[in-house]
Design a protein around this ligand. Structure first.
Ligand code: PMP
Length: 299
């Protein structure tokens, strides 16, 4: 599903065939989840294939490695170049790109000695979640920010995401919404969250979330379109039955939520300000102008 016998990936300083590339079984990354990664998308735009927010993603990968004390010396520019080469080699346009930094063999609980960069890519067809997602408050909290470097995109953190997402699916929901240690809304297993009330948008403040690049893009779009937004701490009860809600993330893009804990959002999605933001994001990733949406906001 992710590769075939022709697929190339980048690993250990060179491009190699995905089907024969291998790694050892004695590393901290495999044993302890001590690795950092990114999730990036490229889009086939009218100006050619473009990696959306490439700099922001690779800067975050470097920052994640630094926070985890993993030695890592690729520059952002180098990684962007390698990624465009990889996309071309695999003839990919609309692709999901997964860079991963893994550590060399070491079983001790000390910082990494040496790391390797892996870059994989495969075509995406929006397989994350479709609109009208029904979500529930998870019984799992987000990792305690005093126990983890929560702003790093570290592999081990995602064990928490797997538990929460699977719990929601087992209970018949599409996804989970996790709270922080104070009972405030934090985020989903792999996306940030917003809700809409009276044409204004609210999203959890930083602290127990991965402050997403898409979340920052939402702010950019709101600024462009003149939509009010606010970062704040709030309880799930405040979000239940609000006008609209959505998840946002690189893989998810903007996913409309239908209900939270079986309480439906009030507005028809098409009539929400959030739907305009979803449209704007789609235009932005394809390098299209979306300023016309400003008019739609006031009709
Ligand atoms: N939160 C978590 C836990 C995530 O895994 C992701 C996906 N990287 C996000 C938020 C959204 O981040 P971004 O918009 O940078 O993809």
């Amino acid at each position: 599903m992710y590769y075939n016998e022709k697929t190339m990936l980048y690993y250990d300083g060179k491009f190699q065939e995905a089907s024969t590339a291998s790694t050892g079984l004695y590393g901290q990354s495999l044993h302890y989840g001590y690795a950092v990664f990114e999730g990036i998308k490229s889009y086939k735009t009218k100006n050619g294939t473009k990696i959306f927010k490439a700099k922001e993603h690779y800067d975050r990968l470097k920052q994640s490695a630094e926070l985890m004390m993993i030695p890592f010396d690729y520059s952002t520019e180098e990684m962007i170049d390698l990624t465009y080469k990889l996309l071309e080699m695999n003839n990919l346009g609309n692709a999901y790109i997964r860079p991963l930094v893994i550590c060399s063999p070491n079983m001790s609980l000390s910082k990494g000695n040496k790391s390797s960069l892996v870059i994989e890519a495969w075509s995406w067809d929006n397989g994350y979640l479709s609109d009208h997602a029904r979500i529930m408050t998870s019984s799992f909290e987000r990792p305690n920010p005093k126990a983890f470097k929560i702003e790093a995109k570290a592999s081990g953190h995602y064990v928490n995401s797997i538990l929460a997402s699977q719990e929601a699916k087992d209970k018949g929901f599409d996804e989970a919404m996790l709270l922080d240690g104070n009972g405030n809304v934090a985020e989903s297993s792999g996306a940030n969250i917003f809700y809409e009330k009276d044409s204004k948008l609210y999203t959890p403040a930083k602290g127990s979330i991965l402050p997403g690049i898409t979340r920052a893009t939402m702010f950019e779009i709101c600024d462009q379109l003149g939509i009010y937004y606010e970062e704040k701490f709030f309880k799930p009860e405040e979000m239940e039955g609000a006008d609209a809600g959505f998840f946002c993330g690189t893989a998810a893009e903007v996913v409309a939520l239908e209900s939270l804990n079986n309480v439906p959002f009030k507005l028809k999605w098409e009539n929400s300000v959030s739907a305009l933001i979803q449209k704007a994001y789609r235009h932005l990733v394809f390098e299209e102008d979306y300023s016309y949406l400003k008019q739609e906001l006031y009709v």
